[in-house]
Design a binder for this molecule. Sequence first.
Ligand code: SAH
Length: 481
Amino acid sequence: MAIEKNAKSKGRNAAPRSEKLPAEPLHGSAICPVAKKCGGCQLQGISYKKQLEKKHQLVKECVGDMRVLPPIGMEHPLHYRNKVHAAFGRDRKGSVISGVYESGTHRIVPVEHCMIEDERADAIIATIRGLLRSFKIKTYDEDSGYGLLRHVMVRTAHATGEILVVLVLASPILPAKNNFVKALRAAHPEITSVVLNVNDRHTSMVLGERNILLYGKGYIEDELCGNRYRISPNSFYQVNAVQTKVLYEKAIEYANLTGKETVIDAYCGIGTIGMTAAAHAKQVIGVELNPHAVKDAIANAKRNACKNITFYNEDAGDYMRKLAAVPKEAREKVDVVFMDPPRSGSSETFLDAVALLSPERVVYISCDPHTLGRDLDALRKKGYRPKECQPVDMFPYTDDIENIVLLEKTGSREQKREGSAKKTVGRPEIERTGKRNESKRKSGDAQSGDRGYQKELRKVRAAAGSRRPQAAKPKSGKRTH
Ligand code: SAH
């Protein structure tokens, strides 16, 4: 194994600011033996300091005219990924292999140890490879449709140490499932839950919509910024817990909350940003398309006794549009909007509605500087001035970078004109891809849990004493991760 191992690199330490990074980082020259085929770590072989510089440059090029602070990096930028997927298959000799798909193909590159994944997850996946033979479980063959095990997903909780193993099968029946789970737990007593996920579709999505509980609670719980969160298999959770804390603290700082504000947490996932903000605001509204995540968010609000938050299971753009259509005197003024859309960025509907709702501040959190730049240009035209951007390195060794941008309402026409004039100079136009609809289509039958959650939603609303904006009707979302 060519990857350098470092006992200190388990990611338990708080993230320092980039200026505290060692002059010549320890892992700059670590080269993974499958780096080329895997393609996941595009910045292999580049010192961590240089990686941050490259990312800083990229962000500056993408976001246009504003102050872009140097990225906040990690002190120990290895083994940070708390969500690990492995595809299962066989090599030419018929031996079971697991790993990642070779970039651009459906060929599996076997991976024993990955320098950015949680090491406990890698060890569990190795054990499962071994168990398949003794339990005579076949791996799934995409071409013939024959076989059972497609993927394994392992989620580890940074603060609590809980571990969820999700076995993704092509059918709901795992022969000798109790003994299989017993053997897995005997090898890894640290596992706190095992779920069988059924994915019987011809799809590139890892998870299907149906989960069958085999052991434990069916989710992990983690702690973040003073709250405890449940995270189910199909819900989004930031993959780097150490840096998420840094990210959220900065987002809350930018929001500049005094306790009097009405805040929207758009694309809220399991409610983490909203619940962190709720302690400093009058009320928070969370909007999220994925019904699994909304269920988690509602449970999380109860768990944290967070009474001033309400969740809507709806497309964020649709929700905002309907809210903006309610006459001003019939709704609360929205003071701050947090928005944290997927890579494809936000929709025109959403951005138009932001302008109509006219919050004082927008805090835009993004994992793609290109779509971020495009959406900032749209917001500039609508009278919002991007003031400052703080990149946070959530993805060392890859070319991804997370950014938080604070935008303030300018109100003045001159500033609006000035803002839009400066916008795209020298930067390529990024089109909206319509990915959102694509993933809605792909993710299948999310309806099943919907009715139950609607009931829960009403209960939480009642408990929170919050009223629903008149025009906003929740509908079922279909996005998964
Ligand atoms: N803010 C959360 C989640 C960010 S990831 C966090 O920090 O953990 C982006 C989230 O947007 C995902 O949960 C995804 O399900 C959700 N999403 C994607 N498209 C959406 C849409 N059109 N409307 C609302 N939510 C959407």
